[in-house]
Design a protein around this ligand. Structure first.
Ligand SMILES: C[S@@+](CC[C@H](N)C(=O)[O-])C[C@H]1O[C@@H](n2cnc3c(N)ncnc32)[C@H](O)[C@@H]1O
Length: 217
C-alpha cells in the first residue's frame, strides 16, 4: 500500500461498531469493489471517470453512479462506517460502476493519469475551523495543484459547504486561480444536484449551504 502525504486531513476512521450486515459487507463485498493501490502504482483509465472525495454515507455517490451508468466512479472515504454505508447502497441497488478507496483521496489523485477526471466532488468537506488547522482543509494550496493535474480541461470541480468560514476560504483559494474558473456559485443547488447527508443535516439545523462549480481551464 502507498502511504498518505504527511499533512493530516481527515478526522476519525471508525465510529460505532458495525451491525452484522455492514460488517459482512466489509468482509465479503468490499474486496469485490475495492480499489487497492500499491506503492508507485499508476491507475489506468478506460472510461469517463468521476471522483468523489469524502463521500460520507455514500448517498450522493450511489445516486450519481445510477444516473450515469456509462461513467466509472471512484469514491474515497477513510471513515469505515461511511464505506459500509456506501457498500449497502451498491449491493442493494446493484450498482456496478463504483470503485471504493478506503483511504486518503490524495493517494488516488496522485495515481491518476493527468487530465483523467470529468468531474470531482468535494462536498461538505471537514471545515477545520481553527486557523492553526487551515492546512488540513482539503481545498487549499496543497491539493489544488493535485486536483488541477487530475481534472481534464473543461472538467468540473464541484464544491459545497454550509460552513461560512470554509465557503469563504474555498472562494478565496480559487478566485483568480490560473487553472480554475468559477461557473456556478449559489445557495440554490445546481440543476443536476443530488442531496447529501451533511447537506440535509445543515438545512435541518437552519444553516445555508453554498454550491460551487469550478471549470478546469
Ligand atoms: C463532513 S463529511 C461530509 C460527507 C459527505 N460528503 C456529505 O456531504 O454527507 C467529510 C468527509 O470527508 C472525509 N475526508 C476527509 N478528508 C479526506 C481525504 N483526504 N480523503 C478522503 N476523504 C476524506 C471524512 O472522513 C468525512 O467523512
Amino acid at each position: 500500500m502507498t502511504e498518505a502525504p504527511p499533512t493530516r486531513v481527515f478526522g476519525r476512521r471508525k465510529g460505532r461498531p458495525l451491525r452484522v450486515r455492514k460488517a459482512m459487507l466489509m468482509d465479503e463485498f468490499l474486496p469485490r469493489v475495492q480499489l487497492v493501490l500499491r506503492e508507485g502504482e499508476k491507475l489506468e483509465v478506460t472510461a469517463p471517470l468521476v471522483l468523489e472525495i469524502g463521500f460520507g454515507g455514500g448517498e450522493h455517490l450511489a445516486a450519481q453512479a445510477k444516473l450515469h451508468p456509462e461513467t466509472h466512479f471512484i469514491g474515497c472515504e477513510p471513515f469505515v462506517n461511511g464505506v459500509a454505508s456506501l457498500l449497502d447502497h451498491l449491493e442493494r441497488e446493484k450498482i456496478e460502476n463504483v470503485r471504493v478507496f478506503n483511504d486518503d483521496a490524495r493517494l488516488v489523485l496522485d495515481a491518476l493519469p493527468p487530465a483523467s477526471l470529468e468531474r470531482c466532488f468535494v462536498l461538505f468537506a471537514d471545515p477545520w475551523p481553527k486557523s492553526r488547522h487551515a492546512e488540513r482543509r482539503f481545498i487549499g494550496p496543497e491539493n489544488l495543484p493535485r486536483l488541477a493535474r487530475a481534472i481534464k480541461k473543461g472538467g468540473v470541480l464541484r464544491l459545497a459547504s454550509d460552513h461560512p468560514g470554509l465557503v469563504a476560504w474555498m472562494r478565496e483559494s480559487l478566485t483568480g486561480h490560473a487553472d480554475f474558473t468559477c461557473i456556478y456559485d449559489s445557495s440554490t443547488p445546481p440543476p443536476d444536484w443530488v442531496p447529501t447527508r451533511y447537506q440535509e443535516k445543515a438545512i435541518a439545523a437552519g444553516r445555508t449551504p453554498f454550491f460551487m462549480d469550478y471549470r478546469r481551464n
